[in-house]
Write a protein that binds this ligand. Sequence first.
Ligand code: C5P
Length: 235
Amino acid sequence: MTDSPLILALDVASTLEAVSLCEKVGDAVGMVKVGLELFVADGPKSVEAVRNCGASIFLDLKLHDIPETVDRAVARAAALNVSMLTVHASGGAPMLERAVARASGEATGLAIVAVTVLTSHTQASLHATGVAATLADQVLALAQLAWQSGVTHFVCSPHEASLLRGKFGQAACLITPGIRPRGADVQDQARVLTPSAAMQAGANWLVVGRPIRDAQDPRAAALAMANEAKEARRQ
Ligand code: C5P
């Protein structure tokens, strides 16, 4: 069992590559994330293969559909024995309530995680979708909606982690993508922080993809980020 607060995003095109990455990083990460690319490519068998490496799984499908459709998809995800599943908070209260009820009814320990505002959004790109609120206000509004619907786990940018921690206290589980080692390329992420700054802001889990996947030595990259995060958690 590892105490690493890292969730490795398995953003690869095949189960073979995913398993190879899992084997390289080993216990330097605490969980792995199967997202859209891998799930569209290989479906549930990718989840099965990754689980056989011993990892807990975060299924990041960012569901956003009518309540009935999401409810039924949550039941299928629960049957895959994954630990966490993402839904978009912007799907609304009836959708979120059905997702939470289904997850708890299936009793497999599946946690529903609400995505607030994607970490690739800037204030301008959010406005362009028709949302007049500031980024922070929109994150808070969506998180409150999800919280009132029974959701306790959130994906948010590390920049909004302290806001949500202040609002919901220790009962909330905060999962933050948009993590980059100091000086690294931010790529398409707009709101990034270092592992230590994200932990200090109140994150429980840090989602990291490209900085580990594309490193020459993925395990060394993961260990360095995990150690920095754990050190910050102790302070
Ligand atoms: O490569 P990088 O570290 O930017 O990967 C971040 C991962 O987190 C990607 O798999 C992306 O889909 C996911 N994610 C995100 N922002 C969110 C939710 C999930 O970047 N709001």
